[in-house]
Each structure stands twice: as structure tokens, then as C-alpha cells.
Design a protein around this ligand. Structure first.
Ligand SMILES: [Zn+2]
Length: 220
């Protein structure tokens, strides 16, 4: 079963502000399912209690046999390819990236680093390894050094965590536990708006932070 648990709008919530990435945004349903039903203990570590409650209300269970694609019919009762496409197409993330990444008042070099990171076109150790160049990897600025991955540098490493936390507090944003740097960008962009200066700052800051984290890594 390859369903992403947060991909379901019933779990995620229709309101985008409910779309907090807590834990792994790509968590699969079968990773939290046991024979008797969902593993609520594990779920509680990953998602807020109200989401656990929603999952409990679904009454999820595992069926035997091959995976099948199913989707809700449209209001007139038709199962069309269009309604299937609406279910599988990526909402939100691409859109916010398009809306916020390239800003007139943000130096293009900063946006460009975010763009490159998203395309994994940045020379961090895990990406170098992924093209089969064997190297020994160790990040150079954590108290307990770890393998250098893009996510470690931009989100999960000690320094990155502190930087995101500092700016979230300065902007009075309550930062949930976010483990992926793309999720971090989305979180900020979901709290951004062009119509006010504060809202605009929330949209621009993650680009500057990401660029600064990358610069700091290059200088380390
Ligand atoms: Zn580190």
C-alpha cells in the first residue's frame, strides 16, 4: 500500500493552515498499519491528537490482495479521468513555490539556491553519493557530526534548527516539528501574504534563510 497518509484531504484538512507537516510528509499508510488496525501509539508521535482522532473515525483496515486505485465520484455520480486527475495532481506545494520563489526585491542568487536545492543540483555529500561517487561524509558544524544531507544542512542540523527557530520566534510563528526543508518552506509560505508587509516578510524570509544556511555550510 503506497498511499501517503498526509495526501488525503480528510486527514490533512481542507483548510491549508491545517496542513502542518509533522514528521515525514511522505509517510505511507502501510507504515502505520498493523493487522488489527492503525498503530495509534506510533501515530501519536507523528501527528497531533485531532488527526489521530480523525484517523480513528475512518475505521481504516487492511484488505488482502493487490492495490487498487479508487477515487470519489463527482457530484453527478461519474467516475471521470478528470476527477481521478484532481485526486492525484499535486496541490499546493508547486503553487506556493511558483508564487513565492521569485520576488522582485530578493536577489536572484538567493532564489536560485532554493531552486537548485529543490532540483537536488547542489553538491552536498548525499547528492554526490547518489551519483555513485564514493565519499566519506561528515557535516562540519554540529556538536555531534552526522552524514551531510541536503535536509540536514537546511533543516535538521543543529545550526539550521536554531536559525529557523530564531526567525519563527521573531515573526511570532509557532513552528511545528518539521523534518523536511521543503516542508519548512511551505510552512512559511502558508503563513505569507503579499497584502501586508509582515505577510510579505514571511514569504521572503525562508528564501534568505535557505541561502544563508547554504553559504554557512560552504564556509564551514
Ligand atoms: Zn550537522
Amino acid at each position: 500500500m503506497a498511499l501517503h497518509i498526509f495526501g488525503d484531504s480528510a486527514v490533512r484538512g481542507k483548510n491549508k493552515s491545517e496542513n502542518l507537516v509533522v514528521g515525514d510528509a511522505k509517510l505511507k499508510v502501510n507504515e502505520v498499519m498493523e493487522d488489527t488496525g492503525p498503530n495509534y501509539e506510533l501515530l501519536r508521535e507523528l501527528v497531533p491528537e485531532e488527526v489521530v482522532e480523525k484517523i480513528r473515525r475512518f475505521g481504516l483496515r487492511v484488505c488482502q490482495g493487490e492495490d487498487l486505485c479508487v477515487w470519489k465520484h463527482t457530484v453527478d455520480g461519474e467516475f471521470t479521468t478528470k476527477s481521478a486527475w484532481e485526486v492525484i495532481r499535486k496541490h499546493g506545494l508547486n503553487c506556493t513555490w511558483r508564487r513565492w520563489l521569485w520576488q522582485d526585491f530578493v536577489p536572484k542568487k538567493m532564489s536560485f539556491i532554493c531552486w537548485r536545492a529543490r532540483r537536488k543540483a547542489i553538491p552536498v555529500d548525499d547528492i554526490i553519493r547518489s551519483i555513485r561517487i564514493p565519499i566519506v561524509s561528515k557535516c562540519s558544524y554540529c556538536l555531534h557530526p552526522q552524514v551531510e544531507t541536503l535536509n540536514h544542512i537546511l533543516c535538521e542540523g543543529d545550526g539550521a534548527k536554531q536559525v529557523w527557530k530564531f526567525f519563527a520566534e521573531a515573526c511570532q510563528l509557532q513552528l511545528p516539528h518539521i523534518r523536511k526543508w521543503e516542508g519548512m518552506m511551505s510552512f512559511w509560505w502558508e503563513h505569507s501574504m503579499r497584502s501586508s508587509q509582515v505577510g510579505w516578510t514571511h514569504g521572503v524570509l525562508p528564501i534568505i534563510i535557505l541561502w544563508a544556511l547554504w553559504k554557512a555550510r560552504c564556509l564551514a
